[in-house]
Design a protein around this ligand. Sequence first.
Ligand SMILES: [Zn+2]
Length: 97
Amino acid sequence: MSVDTESDDRDLEGELASAAAGQFGVPVDAVCVGCGRTRVKRASLEAMDQPGADPTTLEATDCTSFKHVCYPCQGATWWNPVAVLTGLLERNRERGE
Ligand SMILES: [Zn+2]
């Protein structure tokens, strides 16, 4: 699977701000198991089987797959977390979210 080719050009903040990312939860970079796309999604700690975890120290390797909508797949699919976007998380907090 090749996700490196697109990572340099991606606008992570823009993806997080889009409706496709969802409105609640921790920003994570994740791979759709259906189509292999990598996108920023918001996932709750519960959805990733990490209830009560501290999002700022959370590692993607600790998280389970979570269900999220994928537009190319036309519905909800499973997403595998590849990175917890702590930087985006902190930026949200500075804005008072
Ligand atoms: Zn997909």
